[in-house]
Design a binder for this molecule. Structure first.
Ligand SMILES: Cc1cc2nc3c(=O)[nH]c(=O)nc-3n(C[C@H](O)[C@H](O)[C@H](O)COP(=O)(O)OP(=O)(O)OC[C@H]3O[C@@H](n4cnc5c(N)ncnc54)[C@H](O)[C@@H]3O)c2cc1C
Length: 173
């Protein structure tokens, strides 16, 4: 392979995993034991940098379709980080590629169990809500007083989410 980009596929079962200890850390060594696949000549072992996952986060801030665009979702991620949390997203946000799919909350994605969950511009469909119902405390911000999420939250704020988040950012800073 002399020219990028490369496209690599790996058959299931091609590697055998072996757990070893190195500098007091466990590392996984992948061994190619498949006689039919000896074209894999070398491989690197890279230690995975573990950051706190959304599943384990104590605080999550979820962006729904009501955030309206990618820039707004990025801003909300900034707010999540400011309060020591992680960004989660609803399906329309994932489908619009305003944030990556691995942040999707709900039956098709992550079942989160944070201490605090703040939703912004999320309507609260059953498929979404299943992903946050194990939260200790839910604050929902939605401009529509009839949206389902407001009835399923501990604190319901009926307003433009952006006005509330901006106010919170000012307050925290
Ligand atoms: C089989 C299946 C699996 C699914 N799995 C998932 C899943 O895992 N996760 C998931 O999220 N969805 C899933 N869905 C989709 C789900 O049914 C909903 O369509 C989706 O959750 C709606 O996302 P939303 O709340 O962001 O958008 P919407 O339902 O469009 O809600 C947007 C909300 O934003 C509010 N809003 C608008 N502007 C503002 C503003 N300025 N300030 C405050 N609020 C505002 C509106 O009042 C509205 O309530 C699934 C559906 C199916 C059929």
């Amino acid at each position: 392979m002399k020219k990028a980009p490369y496209f690599i596929t790996i058959s299931k079962g091609i590697f055998e995993c072996e757990l070893k200890e190195c500098n007091n850390k466990n590392i996984t060594i992948l061994k190619n034991n498949d006689e039919n696949n000896k074209h894999i000549l070398s491989y690197d072992i890279k230690k995975e940098e573990k950051t706190e996952s959304i599943e384990d986060a104590k605080i999550i801030v979820v962006a729904g379709r009501g955030t309206k665009n990618k820039e707004a979702v990025n801003e909300l991620e900034g707010f999540a980080e400011l309060i020591g949390g992680k960004l989660g997203i609803s399906r329309p946000v994932a489908m619009s590629a305003w944030a990556s799919m691995d942040k999707l909350i709900g039956v098709s994605g992550i079942m989160a169990k944070p201490k605090l969950c703040i939703t912004a511009g999320v309507s609260g469909s059953a498929a979404f809500y299943a992903g946050i119902e194990k939260s200790d405390f839910i604050i929902a911000i939605n401009s529509d007083e009839h949206s389902a999420i407001l009835k399923k939250s501990d604190v319901a704020i009926i307003d433009d989410y952006k006005a509330i988040i901006d106010e919170l950012v000012n307050y925290i800073k």
